[in-house]
Design a protein around this ligand. Structure first.
Ligand SMILES: C[S@@+](CC[C@H](N)C(=O)[O-])C[C@H]1O[C@@H](n2cnc3c(N)ncnc32)[C@H](O)[C@@H]1O
Length: 264
């Protein structure tokens, strides 16, 4: 009976969440260990429907879903290459060429790039194709991304990269600018605005005031955790952010699992 319960639960979870059967099964088996007494009771039951109705089973499922939710929500995955260690960069990896192609016109022109909430994107950026970029400034509050990025920058001798491991708003935007510049040529806010809207909404006004010629703002089409579309919700957040910035949309960006706007 237990094997049947686990099999059905794995299939239910894989339909809803972005997790493989193997990973889901591993989490379930860990949780099962804590339910030894009840599990032996379930083992004797012939009708699974009777088990599904019990509060113990409902509690068991709730705990597993919570575990899966939190394991999927973490941006960082240990043991992966830098490019694949951050969920946002990993999801884009397959479509990176297409993504860059759509913003190539702007990237080819610029001197100074400011990657706000940059995560691990820098590790997949083809610096050799953009020799025009004199400075690539990275800002992110996450310390574990910072350590990996720092190693990557040193290993690849990327002299034009400058890193700031701090929170948005810690200093005035002009402090990140090279002295010869009054505004950034392009600011990357990739998959950032919806996160800030959710976690630190008060920062949006500051973010919208960033001095920039162009801003690239993107959002996710699919939830990081569930197999459901979140594009409409993220579009609304991004559209009102663009209105707040006072800039105009000059191009729409669209790849399989990410959408965005280039504004000026
Ligand atoms: C969804 S990830 C996107 C990463 C990257 N831009 C990409 O698209 O590949 C959001 C990033 O924003 C960073 N972040 C969130 N809030 C921040 C804040 N207040 N200050 C600085 N970084 C922040 C997180 O640490 C995370 O790396």
């Amino acid at each position: 009976m237990i094997d049947i319960l686990i099999k059905e639960l794995v299939s239910d979870i894989c339909k809803k969440y972005k997790i493989s059967g193997i990973e889901a099964e591993k989490i379930i088996h860990e949780e099962v260990k804590k339910y030894n007494k009840i599990i032996s009771k379930w083992g004797k039951e012939k009708d699974p429907k009777k088990i599904y109705r019990t509060s113990a089973y409902k509690d068991f499922v709730k705990k597993i879903k919570k575990k899966i939710y939190y394991s999927l929500r973490t941006y960082q995955k240990e043991g992966a290459t830098p490019q694949l260690s951050h969920i946002s960069t990993k999801e884009r990896a397959e479509y990176l060429k297409e993504f860059l192609f759509q913003i190539n016109d702007v990237l080819k022109l610029v001197d100074v790039v400011f990657d706000v909430g940059g995560g691990m994107f820098l590790t997949s950026f083809p610096f050799d194709d953009y020799k025009n970029i004199k400075k690539y400034i990275w800002l992110d509050k996450d310390h574990s991304s910072y350590k990996k990025i720092l190693d990557f920058v040193r290993e690849n001798n990327l002299q034009n990269v400058e890193l700031f491991n701090e929170k948005i708003g810690q200093r005035d935007w002009h402090n990140y600018l090279p002295s010869y510049k009054e505004k950034f040529d392009v600011v990357l806010m990739m998959k950032l605005v919806p996160v800030i809207n959710r976690q630190e909404r008060h920062l949006l006004v500051n973010l919208a005031r960033i001095p920039a010629e162009y801003i690239l703002i993107t959002g996710n089409k699919e939830s990081m955790v569930k197999r459901s579309s979140i594009q409409k919700k993220e579009e609304q957040i991004i559209t009102s952010f663009i209105a707040m910035s006072g800039k105009s949309i000059i191009k729409k960006i669209d790849i399989k699992n990410e959408f965005g706007y280039l504004i000026k």
